[in-house]
Write a protein that binds this ligand. Structure first.
Ligand code: MF3
Ligand code: CO
Ligand code: CO
Length: 268
């Protein structure tokens, strides 16, 4: 028999590290703001990637995705039935498309990771609803990110909410610890059991990035590029992502550049 490994490898960040991760995260958030006005019918995803890449470099940050396990671009751009890891290319956006743009910056060695949905022209009510519910899933996950809570309650609450609308939650990709590296412990699953997993503590920094599907939860990865993850039924998928720091008070949403979340008065 083996003893369960109870040693947590979750890095508790120092105040100085949190400040470094915050600056990188803010730049990642700003990148999404800068690219937003270019998301229009007729624009290629490669062009949107270039806007992101130029902005990151102009601000002395490196795009973490470029060369990551061989990934070829500075952002991930996932359209319609693509769940995540869409590779920017020659595809021209069309009226009615829903698009996720995901950027991860490395600034002074610190990582910030965020993504958001964009709607191209007029989208159907059904697509709008999926996007709205997915954004709410992220907010629900953030609200669970308080000291003393179980990591599992993030995914438990997200899944409970999303399934009420007949949607399904992707379980093959998760959120993750972030900050000193791109992907650290813990894994933040968006479907999980109540009161499961590690206990949250001040100084933990991780992403929450729910991928919500209009149909079935399963995904298939494109054989040709080895990255693009699509829904198996061809139905729509949406995703939002923030980088969060657990504090003694409120969750600190480091990638928030729209003042959507209150800044906690005290971290430790
Ligand atoms: N930014 C993605 C995440 O949220 C990861 C992209 S990895 C890549 O974790 F290799 F596809 F770029
Ligand atoms: Co992430
Ligand atoms: Co990301």
């Amino acid at each position: 028999m083996a003893f369960r490994d109870t040693k947590s490898k979750i890095i508790i960040k120092t105040i100085e590290q949190i400040e470094g991760i915050r600056l990188s995260s803010q730049l990642a958030g700003e990148t999404l703001k800068v690219v937003a006005p270019y998301v229009k019918p007729g624009v290629t995803t490669d062009f949107l990637n270039k806007i992101c890449a130029d902005f990151m470099r102009d601000n002395h940050a490196k795009p973490a995705t470029l060369g990551y396990h061989g990934y070829p671009k500075e952002s991930c751009i996932s359209v319609n039935d693509v769940i995540c890891h869409g590779i920017p290319g020659k595809y021209e956006l069309r009226d009615g498309d829903i698009v996720n743009i995901d950027v991860t910056t490395i600034l002074n060695g610190f990582f910030g990771d965020t993504s958001s949905m964009f709607m191209v022209g007029q989208v159907t009510d059904h697509a709008k609803k999926l996007v709205e519910v997915t954004k709410q899933c992220l907010n629900i996950g953030i609200a669970q990110s308080f000291s003393g809570n179980f990591v599992g309650n993030i995914g438990y609450e997200i899944n409970k909410y999303a399934t009420q609308f007949g949607y399904s939650v992707v379980y093959e990709f998760c959120g993750h610890g972030v900050g000193l590296k791109f992907h650290e412990e813990p894994e933040i699953c968006h479907v999980s059991d109540k009161n499961s997993g590690p206990i949250l503590a001040p100084g933990m920094v991780f992403t929450i990035e729910p991928m919500i599907n209009a149909g079935k939860a399963r995904c298939k990865v494109d054989k040709h590029d080895g990255w693009t993850a699509r829904t198996i039924d061809g139905k729509l998928s949406a995703q939002f992502e923030h980088t969060i720091c657990v504090t003694t008070t409120k969750p600190y949403v480091l990638t928030d550049v729209n003042n959507e979340f209150e800044i906690p008065s005290k971290l430790f």
